[in-house]
Design a protein around this ligand. Structure first.
Ligand SMILES: Nc1ncnc2c1ncn2[C@@H]1O[C@H](COP(=O)(O)OP(=O)(O)OP(=O)(O)O)[C@@H](O)[C@H]1O
Ligand SMILES: [Mg+2]
Length: 228
């Protein structure tokens, strides 16, 4: 499955969550490669391991076994500090619940993300450029509670892009949005992919949202069952 120049190369990933009553096998021997600039979506029923896979690939969680290479660097065995340095330099996350800082304005949320990752990041876009890209110019002084759901998700995407991550990872980014806002967010992802050649991994339940991507990976019960 390995191809030359892949940005993400994961092989034989297993993830077991140890809970009180049982061990949950969330990933069972998952291998996946993602090319630089590729837009990939991951679909599958609830509980099949989509979020776990995304978090392992993004270095938010470690796998029980298997390997993950990002841009040639192996994440397995890195210390938490080293892992957070890799994250700050290469990945941006968008979550279903936005996770914005409620007391900060939209602009401050972006600037804070830039400050946190300053050490690892390469060519930083300026906050205003990012706000224009996501269609939030004029709303930069609002706090999250003063924005619609769709706008909050745009702000969260802006924050994820703040340090110019090589990879944008999005977990159900349209899960809390109505269909018009979902479509607008999907259009934004397509634009970022087309104009910025952004590598995007998008987890979604929604087949229509998934079809915005160039490739759809289907998971079931901790495994990849279809990779088109
Ligand atoms: N922190 C955890 N501790 C124990 N089990 C967990 C934990 N996180 C996830 N799981 C279990 O691992 C499996 C995969 O969960 P995961 O969140 O990756 O699924 P998902 O495909 O993202 O589901 P959804 O579509 O509902 O978000 C599930 O059985 C889930 O219950
Ligand atoms: Mg999930």
């Amino acid at each position: 499955m390995n191809r030359n120049g892949d940005l993400i190369e994961a092989e034989g990933l297993c993830k077991i969550y140890h809970t009180e009553g049982e061990d949950v096998h969330a990933l069972r021997d998952v291998s996946i490669s993602v090319a630089r600039g590729e837009f990939l979506s991951i679909v599958g029923p609830s509980g099949c391991g989509k979020s776990t896979l995304l978090y392992v690939l993004g270095g938010l969680t470690t796998a029980t076994s298997g390997s993950v290479r990002i841009d040639g660097q192996n994440l397995i065995g890195l210390s938490d500090t080293a892992l957070s340095r890799v994250r700050a330099g290469t990945t941006g996350f968008v979550f279903q619940r936005f996770n914005l800082f409620p007391t900060l304005t939209v602009r401050q949320n972006i600037v804070l993300a830039q400050e946190i990752s300053r050490s690892g990041a390469r060519d930083m876009l300026n906050a205003d450029e990012i706000l224009s890209r996501v269609g939030l110019r004029g709303k930069e002084r609002r706090r999250p509670s003063e924005l619609s759901m769709g706008e909050q998700q745009r702000a969260a995407i802006a924050r994820a892009l703040a340090h110019c991550p090589a990879i944008l990872l999005a977990d159900e980014p349209t899960g809390n949005l109505d269909s018009a806002n979902s479509e607008a967010i999907v259009a934004l992802f397509r634009e970022m992919h087309r104009d910025l050649r952004q590598t995007i991994l998008l987890v979604t339940h929604n087949r229509e949202v998934a079809e915005a991507a160039e490739r759809i990976v289907q998971m079931r019960d901790g495994r990849i069952v279809h990779n088109s």
